[in-house]
Design a protein around this ligand. Structure first.
Ligand SMILES: [Zn+2]
Length: 328
């Protein structure tokens, strides 16, 4: 995650260029861009505040450079800044954007440009929301919305080492990150979360392709591969950080989650106590927690706790795995 010091460093020293570069003359750009697009992206223009509907758009998807189609921002990082320009907290990749010092108009600002084609996008400021604290203030004209099948799911079901190991094996799952969510402090450490005082749950954030696996299926797998009926406890792990929790990102997801809970309830003797909460922020856990099972298969916890859970999961959902077992 980039912070203000990274931005200053990149503005001073440059940041690595992406493999793909797009270079055209002004004459060539003019031929493919609308006059307003050309004025803003190639001549460092600024659109009027509140001139675009894009400010109010928070649907899932990505935002690409209007000039060269390179994806620059994810809707996950878009926020309501109240400025009248689309605002983001982070670029999609560390080197998607390049940063230049801009002393125009008697101000000292950091200009943001597309690192692939040098299109002027807007500026970046250090008054954005935590945890990164950045506000990318971008001209809507410089961007185009790209709808993708990529979505994120954030869930907790006890120790994240277990949850991560399970979701990593599913077809359609692109990435699983272990971290913390649902608490009341920014950037908690593992030690703070373990204290139970921050209110965070150990969670995994699953990036998935909804054309391969649905939100509904992922939730069903989640609820049937941990015990959602024990309040603030998962096996021997006790404390609010081990609570069963589903974060929803919009009302559709909330309704689907309620439906799935209702559907799987009959398979448990006890009442499901999974918390439902609107997603706000995900904080990635320390590096040694990532890929924990893959990196530590012989540790006692992995052998005693994760192996049996994985075995049960693989049996139940063998058709959903990345590599389905060969039928004999
Ligand atoms: Zn570009």
């Amino acid at each position: 995650m980039l912070n203000w010091l990274d931005v200053l460093k990149f503005a001073n020293n440059g940041n690595p260029k992406p493999d793909r570069r797009v270079e055209k003359t002004d004459y060539e750009w003019q031929a493919i861009l609308a006059p307003e697009e050309f004025r803003i992206t190639r001549q460092k223009g600024t659109e009027r505040a509140h001139s675009s509907e894009m400010c109010n758009l928070f649907e899932p998807g990505r935002y690409a450079c209007i000039c060269c189609d390179t994806e620059l921002f994810d809707s996950e990082e878009k926020f309501e800044s109240g400025t009248g320009w689309p605002s983001f907290t982070q670029p999609i990749q560390e080197n998607a954007i390049a940063y230049h010092k801009d002393k125009g108009f008697g101000m000292y600002r950091i200009e943001t440009v597309c690192n692939t084609c040098d299109a002027h996008l807007g500026h970046v400021f250090q008054d954005g929301p935590p945890p990164g604290g950045l506000r990318f203030c971008i001209n809507a004209v410089a961007l185009k919305k790209v709808d993708t099948n990529i979505r994120k799911l954030t869930i907790g079901g006890g120790c994240f080492w277990c949850t991560e190991a399970i979701f990593q094996e599913l077809a359609g799952v692109i990435k699983v990150e272990s971290g913390y969510s649902g608490g009341n402090t920014q950037n908690p450490t593992y030690r703070e979360v373990t204290s139970g005082h921050t209110g965070h749950a150990e969670v995994v954030q699953v990036t998935y392709d909804k054309s391969v696996i649905s939100y509904e299926t992922l939730l069903k797998i989640h609820l049937t591969t941990h015990n959602p009926t024990t309040l603030n406890r998962q096996g021997a792990d006790q404390g609010t950080q081990y609570r069963s929790i589903i974060f929803y990102r919009n009302d559709d997801e909330r309704k689907i989650a309620l439906k799935v809970i209702e559907e799987v309830q009959p398979s448990f003797d006890d009442m499901i106590v999974t918390e439902m909460k609107k997603f706000e922020a995900f904080c990635e856990a320390e590096l040694y927690h990532q890929d924990y099972y893959k990196n530590n298969p012989n540790k006692a916890y992995c052998q005693a706790v994760i192996n049996p859970k994985l075995a049960k999961f693989r049996k139940l959902y063998h058709k959903k795995l990345k590599q389905a077992p060969v039928q004999t």
